[in-house]
Design a protein around this ligand. Structure first.
Ligand SMILES: Nc1ncnc2c1ncn2[C@@H]1O[C@H](COP(=O)(O)OP(=O)(O)O)[C@@H](O)[C@H]1O
Ligand SMILES: [Mg+2]
Length: 246
C-alpha cells in the first residue's frame, strides 16, 4: 500500500530468556490510519506496543516514528517521542484515590507547565469528548467498567497525542459498552486525525474499527491489508483464526 508511514517496525526481534516472542516483525502504519493488530493470546501484540513506547528494547531490528529511529534512543531522547503517543493500557487502571478530573489531568499537572485553569479546560473538553461531561469530582469507584475505560481514554488524550495505542480496548466489556468504545476510537481518529494501533484478539471488534488489519502469530505478521484482503487471505493460519473457535 502506498502511504506515508507514521510508524515502522523493521525486522524486529525480541526474546525473553529462552522464549522467542518477536521473530522478524515487519509492520508499517500509515499516517492517520487505524491499524488493527489481530492475534491470539501470547502472539506478541502487547510486546509490540511496549517496544513502540520504548518500555521494552528490541534485541534486533529497527523501529521508526516519523522516520526517526527510536529503537536506540536513550531515556532522555525518548521523552519527546513518548509525548507524541497516548496509550490506553489493557485494564485501563485509574488511580482509585483520585477524582476523575485529577486522573485525566494527572500527566499535565505532573509534567507540563500549563496553568491550572488551562489544565481544567483540557479535562473538561476531554471528558465531554468521551461523553462524561461533568464527572470531574466523581471517584473511579462510582463508575461502571465502561465509564472507567472512557476516563482512561480521556486521560490518554490529555497530551493531544499524534499516535494512540489501544491494548485490548474492548476485552471484558459487554457488547453494548464495547460498541461505545469502538465508536470512540473512530471518533478520536476522525476529529483529531490520530494514527492508531488497536491490539485485540476479538475479531468482531477489530474488524469494526479497522482501516487495515494485520494478523500476527508467533511474532510475525502473516497477513496485512484491507478487511477484504485479510478475509480472503490464502494463509492457512489466518483462515483458521478468522473462522473462530470450533
Ligand atoms: N516482561 C516479560 N518477561 C517475560 N516474558 C514476557 C514478558 N512480556 C511478555 N512475555 C511473553 O511474551 C509472549 C507474548 O506476550 P504478549 O505480547 O503480552 O502477548 P499478547 O499477544 O497476548 O499481548 C507471552 O508468552 C508472554 O508470556
Ligand atoms: Mg496483550
Amino acid at each position: 500500500m502506498e502511504c506515508t508511514f507514521k510508524i515502522q517496525f523493521e525486522n524486529v526481534y525480541k526474546d525473553f530468556e529462552q522464549k522467542q516472542v518477536l521473530r522478524g516483525l515487519d509492520l508499517g502504519i500509515c499516517d492517520g490510519e487505524t491499524l488493527v493488530l489481530l492475534g491470539r493470546s501470547g502472539s506478541g501484540k502487547s510486546v509490540t506496543l511496549k517496544i513502540l513506547l520504548g518500555l521494552l528494547r528490541p534485541d534486533d531490528g529497527k523501529v521508526f516514528v516519523d522516520n526517526q529511529e527510536i529503537s536506540d534512543l536513550d531515556e532522555e531522547s525518548l521523552f519527546p517521542v513518548r509525548k507524541k503517543i497516548g496509550m490506553l493500557f489493557q485494564g485501563a487502571a485509574l488511580f482509585d484515590s483520585m477524582t476523575v478530573g485529577d486522573n485525566v489531568g494527572f500527566a499535565l499537572y505532573e509534567h507540563s507547565k500549563l496553568p491550572k485553569n488551562e489544565i481544567r479546560e483540557i479535562i473538561r473538553t476531554n471528558l465531554a469528548f468521551v461523553d462524561l461531561a461533568g464527572t470531574e469530582d466523581m471517584m473511579p469507584a462510582e463508575l461502571s467498567g465502561g465509564m472507567r475505560k472512557r476516563v482512561a481514554l480521556a486521560r490518554a488524550m490529555a497530551n493531544k497525542p499524534e499516535i494512540m495505542l489501544y491494548d485490548e480496548p474492548t476485552t471484558g466489556l459487554d457488547p453494548i459498552t464495547a460498541t461505545t468504545i469502538n465508536a470512540l476510537i473512530r471518533k478520536t481518529q476522525k476529529e483529531y486525525g490520530v494514527t492508531s494501533i488497536v491490539v485485540t484478539h476479538e475479531l468482531e471488534s477489530g474488524f469494526s474499527v479497522a482501516d487495515r488489519v494485520a494478523v500476527i502469530n508467533e511474532g510475525v505478521i502473516l497477513e496485512i491489508g484491507s478487511k477484504e484482503q485479510v478475509k480472503n487471505s490464502s494463509n492457512q493460519f489466518v483462515q483458521t483464526f478468522l473462522a473462530g473457535p470450533k
